[in-house]
Design a protein around this ligand. Structure first.
Ligand SMILES: [Zn+2]
Length: 333
């Protein structure tokens, strides 16, 4: 019995029988072992070897949830730009991980995919109305925290693709498309520097003029700081924004824009986006129809001049809708 104990003691070196773990050490172990990087843990537990740290963690049932791959450095890519946009929008971070709680599942899935793409191992859970997506990586959190307006500005001003992904992250988080009101909100945030930078960025890369609004009194909020909001109102500009930036959330997407704004051409049946509510024909048919009308008016005036149209005159179809007028003309021809 004694020999077995001796054997273990020799084997374990600075083992727990000779040098028992203090409560403070155990607290540090519990807090840092799952997610922190090895160097930090060793720094905090200087009296222990890495081997004895692992053994102690195993005996109290702790597992490392951080992988070697996660210790790689991160840099700007299309994916990290998108995540950065979400981080400045809806997501929150702790020292070890990034978390997003949203009601749109398509948004949760897009965030999940981006996190997987950069090598993290995200998780997704559903809580009643909300989806939670989170991933742990101390290095990635460090990278996110290093980014400020200055670093972001330098990179995004010079890279259109990164900028578009970054704007999409913000728009997915904070923006909205309101077709009934004829407006698109890009971002609504208390950080003036950020919002005005986004305005610049959209002008620079998309050539779209957006309007900045300041709201000082906020309902349902204890915060007194003003909120800055960027809008696009012009339909053609909204279309341009959505065509380039788009969204991972259906109600904010280009697809929704098309769905809401499209009409069926009453002449050829093609689906098109009218420039006004009155427009009934697609662009191709519009030209054909206007030519047909010109020809028709010529004929009417010719017939009037020669006394062939005395009874009805050119007012005969005025009471009909443009569509009925067109069909009436066709019948009459
Ligand atoms: Zn048509």
């Amino acid at each position: 019995m004694a020999r077995i104990l001796m054997f273990h003691m020799n084997n374990l070196g600075n083992n727990q029988f000779v040098n028992p773990w203090s409560e403070e050490e155990i607290r540090i172990l519990k807090e840092h072992y799952p997610f922190d990087i090895k160097e930090n843990i060793q720094n905090l537990l200087k009296k222990r070897t890495w081997k004895s740290i692992i053994q102690k963690a195993n005996t109290i049932g702790l597992k490392r949830k951080i992988r070697v791959k996660l210790l790689l450095d991160f840099k700007f890519t299309e994916e990290t730009s998108y995540i950065l946009g979400i981080y400045l929008g809806d997501a929150s971070i702790t020292k070890y991980g990034i978390f997003l709680y949203v009601k749109d599942e398509d948004f949760a899935d897009a965030f999940f995919q981006s996190l997987s793409f950069i090598g993290l191992r995200p998780r997704k859970k559903k809580y009643e109305e909300l989806y939670a997506v989170y991933a742990y990586s101390i290095k990635f959190i460090q990278w996110l925290e290093q980014q400020d307006i200055k670093t972001i500005r330098d990179v995004l001003n010079n890279n259109k693709e990164f900028a578009i992904n970054f704007i999409r992250g913000l728009y997915d988080s904070e923006g909205g498309y309101y077709p009934e009101q004829g407006k698109l909100m890009i971002i609504s945030n208390i950080n003036f520097e950020l919002v005005s930078f986004i305005k610049e960025l959209i002008m620079r890369h998309l050539k779209i003029e957006s309007k900045l609004f300041i709201k000082t009194k906020r309902e349902n909020s204890f915060s007194k700081s003003p909120i800055y909001t960027l809008f696009i109102f012009k339909k053609s500009e909204i279309e341009k924004f959505l065509k380039i930036v788009d969204s991972n959330i259906y109600r904010k997407s280009y697809k929704h824009f098309i769905q809401f704004n499209s009409k069926k051409c009453i002449r050829c049946g093609i689906i098109f986006i009218p420039k006004s509510r009155k427009q009934l024909y697609c662009d191709k048919c519009r030209i054909i129809v206007s030519k047909e009308k010109q020809r028709l008016y010529k004929r009417i005036s010719y017939q009037k001049r020669h006394g062939l149209l005395e009874k009805h005159g050119d007012t005969m179809f005025k009471h009909l809708s443009p569509y009925r007028q067109q069909t009436s003309y066709s019948l009459w021809q």
